[in-house]
Design a protein. Sequence first.
Length: 249
Amino acid sequence: MKLLRLSAIFAFLMGAAPAYAQTYVEPRWDAVPDGELTRSLMPAFATWLGIGGSATLHCRAEQDGHPFNCRVIAESPPGLGFGAAARLVAASGTIRAARSGERIVGGSFRTRVNFMVEEVSSAANRQDPAPTPEPESLALTLARQIVSSADDPTADSWDRLDGLDHDRRAVVSAWIEELMPFSEAEMKEARAVQLTRLFSERDLKRILRGEKVSTPTQEAFLASIPAETTRERDATKELRRRYCSRYEC
């Protein structure tokens, strides 16, 4: 009788086991991060010097949706802003959270975001995509007025340091001033030429009136950058040499 009872209990436990031995499924991407966003968030200073990189993140996924609390656990090379950019990239994707059977369970995961230097981004390998407008053309005249009315006509020079660690900016800025002593007039003219390639005469007039116009695409912006002169190209090569000699590339 005891044997029968033990056998019955054993059979009961064996039959109940499948209800608890649920299959665990790791979290996975339901919609991968936006590739276009990855390209647009490539740090500007790294792009300028032609340095690609990557960052590995550790994120939480408590339920289906966007990952959260992502922290950078590895960044290569460090100091160029790849970690911060990777966190924004990861947030653009959606996660299917970990599951035990049909039940969602909290968990974490790691993901790596790679940043590539695209050929079009390398001014040294790119031909001037558009002709320079005539000196007295209406478009260039309008563009010059826009540049002159800007609060800081040299602001785009600082945009080139986007992503660079603040403790490195003073050193790099000194190198830029030494290697690229371009006058304010030269910088203004370069910006005006770029505006004529990004906007039509009609849009330039609207900008002067304070009206909104469509934002150019990343490709259009890159294509609008005037080709580097030999002087600028040599200066950029020397800037990269100095940076990579002092910091990790």
